[in-house]
Design a protein around this ligand. Structure first.
Ligand code: NAD
Length: 478
């Protein structure tokens, strides 16, 4: 319907394509057809991106907050107008079903508006002085050039949140999205270009991820690293950023337990549980992964989940009847099979699914495993795919221990209407986000936060600009 966008670097206000640069093919994971060629930035390109972002910072941070906000609002309006086209491109290169892609775009444009409004709320302090001739001020200033590195699973969401927050704060940005699903970042850059963002304020680069990120993070020009991705890559980039004394915000992986107590209504919670499990074929950092259900409800839950998984229609995200698309790449398909085989070899029971679906595309069956134990990979590594485990539990203490067992600490879901238990669990559960009796997505006004290995710092909410601001103290005697 919509032609796949031309893929390019965007540096100093110019779109730069092939021209002798290394390139890589971008594929449709549902058909394995090549969608386009993505140019890789060479060292001269990276140097130019750094210099442009550095030079542009001097001008951009001098713009008033309302001028920066105005540009972000214009971008949000245009993104909204182009939402169906952007979503179509995301379905082509990332694979998620079109309605999910459209919802990602339309809901995340709101982050752009939110961050624009937050620009007007950057505030400092007047500190009481011991001497009435002295004025003491605590100011908040943009830190400088931000390098943003984002994943493929929510390619629009992750990019627009970081870009709009950094720009609202007065920083300039070099973004490296995922080379596997580049259309969302490409479309965002085009829209910023169309509304007349000054050259160099936003730059887009692609390449071999470790090479590009290493070069950008080691540059003294870069002052902030905003990263979303896996724990292992996040840790290695955080170590490099620390060497450069760089500020970071890291949103990393999760392994989200779901605690279903004896008073929960299985049929009431089922639709949201399945929807969030299989959204983006399970490739969501917040996807429910380990279901712990009170033993009195175990049979009812497993039966209901299997019946619901049976009805899932796996196919191309562009087909209207499809309810779950492909995995985004071959790596994930292989990991799914390895995790299932590992679990089965250690005594797990397969209730449904468990195999890649033959034919073109990276399709994997929605899968449920029971009789799992803590030695299995699936119970330790983020599955990031359509596999759900179900385990029975007897008492609250036991299930809290199980939920907190891993070093992940992103989201924990709880289903109980017992108010005293809710209070105990809010305190006992080690997760940055706890959702009780409702599974929902993050909103502009609510923070996304991972603890333990799942992240450092907060994205979104009232502190959305915080990672991009630094404190300056001024004492002033007239
Ligand atoms: P990833 O870590 O492989 O890649 C993320 C980004 O880092 C991409 O731009 C990639 O090109 C780059 N990258 C990959 N390897 C690199 C390396 N060795 N050195 C430098 N850069 C490298 O993650 P992914 O597979 O793209 O995304 C999935 C992960 O992201 C999951 O773990 C998921 O939970 C996490 N995630 C977290 C959140 C959150 O808000 N906490 C949101 C979405 C995704």
């Amino acid at each position: 319907m919509y032609q796949y966008p031309e893929l390019a670097l965007y540096i100093n206000g110019e779109f730069l394509s092939g021209q002798g640069r290394d390139e890589q093919s971008v594929m449709n994971p549902a058909t394995l057809q090549v969608l386009g060629q993505l140019p890789h930035a060479n060292q001269a390109d990276l140097d130019l991106a750094l210099k442009s972002a550095h030079d542009a910072f001097v001008l951009w941070c001098q713009k008033s907050a309302s001028e920066r906000a105005e540009i972000l609002h214009q971008v949000a309006d245009r993104l909204r107008q182009k939402a169906s086209e952007i979503a179509y491109h995301i379905t082509l290169d990332e694979g998620k079903i079109y309605d999910e892609a459209l919802s990602e775009v339309t809901s995340c444009v709101a982050h752009c508006n939110w961050n624009a409004e937050q620009a007007m709320r950057i505030e400092g302090r007047v500190i009481q002085s011991r001497d009435m001739d002295l004025m003491q001020l605590e100011l908040r200033e943009p830190i400088g050039v931000c390098v943003a590195i984002t994943p493929w699973n929510f390619p629009f969401n992750q990019a627009i949140r970081k870009i709009s927050a950094a720009l609202a704060a007065g920083c300039t940005v070099i973004i490296k999205g995922s080379e596997e699903a580049p259309s969302a970042v490409m479309n965002i850059a085009k829209v910023f270009h169309e509304v007349g963002l000054p050259a160099g304020v936003l730059n887009v680069v692609w390449g071999v991820p470790e090479v590009v990120s290493d070069y950008l993070i080691r540059s003294p020009i870069t002052r902030v690293l905003a990263f979303t991705g896996s724990v292992s890559v996040g840790k290695s980039l955080a170590a490099k950023a620390t060497e450069s004394m760089m500020s970071t915000v890291m949103e990393l992986g999760g392994h989200s337990p779901v605690l279903i107590f004896e008073d929960a209504d299985i049929h009431e919670l089922l639709p949201a549980l399945v929807r969030h499990k299989l959204r983006n074929a399970g490739q969501s950092c917040n996807a429910p992964t380990r279901c712990y259900v009170h033993e009195s409800k175990y049979e009812a839950l497993t039966t209901a989940l299997v019946a619901t998984f049976k009805k899932v229609v796996v196919g191309s995200g562009l087909d209207k009847e499809t309810t779950m698309g492909p995995l985004a790449n071959e790596r994930r398909l292989n990991v799914m099979q390895e995790m299932v085989d590992d679990a089965l070899s250690k005594g797990a029971k397969l209730l449904i699914g468990g195999r890649a679906i033959k034919g073109s595309g990276y399709f994997f069956e929605p899968t449920i495993l029971t009789d799992v134990n803590d030695d299995m990979r699936i119970m330790n590594e983020e599955p990031f795919g359509p596999i759900l485990t179900i385990s029975p539990f007897r008492d609250e203490h036991q299930v809290v221990m199980a939920a907190n067992r891993l070093n992940y600490g992103l989201t924990t879901y709880v289903f109980t209407h017992d108010a005293k238990r809710q209070h105990r669990l809010i305190q006992a559960l080690e997760a940055g986000m706890i959702r009780i009796n409702r599974i929902g997505s993050s909103l502009p006004e609510t923070p996304v936060v991972g603890i333990k290995d799942s992240g450092v710092g907060v994205e979104g909410g009232v502190d959305s600009l915080k990672p991009y601001l630094q404190t300056k103290f001024v004492s002033l005697e007239p």
